[in-house]
Design a protein around this ligand. Structure first.
Ligand SMILES: *[C@@H]1O[C@H](CO)[C@@H](O)[C@H](O)[C@H]1NC(C)=O
Ligand SMILES: *[C@@H]1O[C@H](CO)[C@@H](O)[C@H](O)[C@H]1NC(C)=O
Ligand SMILES: *[C@@H]1O[C@H](CO)[C@@H](O)[C@H](O)[C@H]1NC(C)=O
Length: 148
């Protein structure tokens, strides 16, 4: 009984820390934690022409010299054009240490993805995929964003 209570407390503590994100398809590796300032549950609301700010903690399972950030936005299953700005694209510039990374090394990447919406009041799914050398996926997560 006591053990069960302890386990419950641990689970709540883990959830309270980060955001409960959406897992990517095809078993791509999930992050250890995602924090989106001002957003405690999905969808996160982002005003037009504002930035979607996020911080993701992950550990690539393989050594890598590079990290490339890709963002895909979709609405009702249709992909919307999204151009990843240069400042976000090179993940090595936005981690709390420098590349190369060793296999299993935990890092935190902080990024801001600009959001510009042709229409408001819709909820868009944004998928963030970070790949390392040779295009191998280091981490992937998605979040729903409602444009205001
Ligand atoms: C993201 O961060 C920028 C700069 O700190 C801030 O101006 C902007 O309002 C933030 N966006 C959201 C949706 O909180
Ligand atoms: C970078 O972030 C990771 C994961 O949060 C942490 O384990 C590591 O100590 C940090 N490294 C530095 C140099 O701050
Ligand atoms: C969002 O901002 C862009 C750029 O200024 C503008 O073209 C677009 O109409 C805006 N969307 C809405 C719903 O106001």
């Amino acid at each position: 009984m006591v053990k069960q209570i302890v386990a419950l407390v641990v689970v709540f503590a883990a959830v309270a820390q980060g955001l409960d994100i959406i897992q990517c398809s095809n078993n791509r590796p999930s992050p250890q934690e995602v924090i989106i300032p001002g957003c405690t549950s999905l969808p996160c609301s982002v005003p037009n022409q504002s930035d979607f700010n996020f911080s993701v903690r992950f550990a690539p399972t393989f050594p890598t010299n590079s990290l490339t950030v890709d963002v895909r936005a979709s609405l009702l299953g249709l992909f919307l054009p999204y151009e990843v700005p240069d400042h976000l694209r090179n993940g090595c510039n936005n981690i709390n240490t420098s590349c190369p990374l060793a296999a299993g090394q935990s890092v935190t990447l902080t990024g801001n993805a600009p959001v510009e919406a042709p229409l408001t009041g819709v909820t868009v799914t944004m998928e963030f995929e970070i790949t390392g050398d040779g295009g191998q996926v280091a981490v992937c997560f998605a979040a729903t964003v409602s444009l205001t």
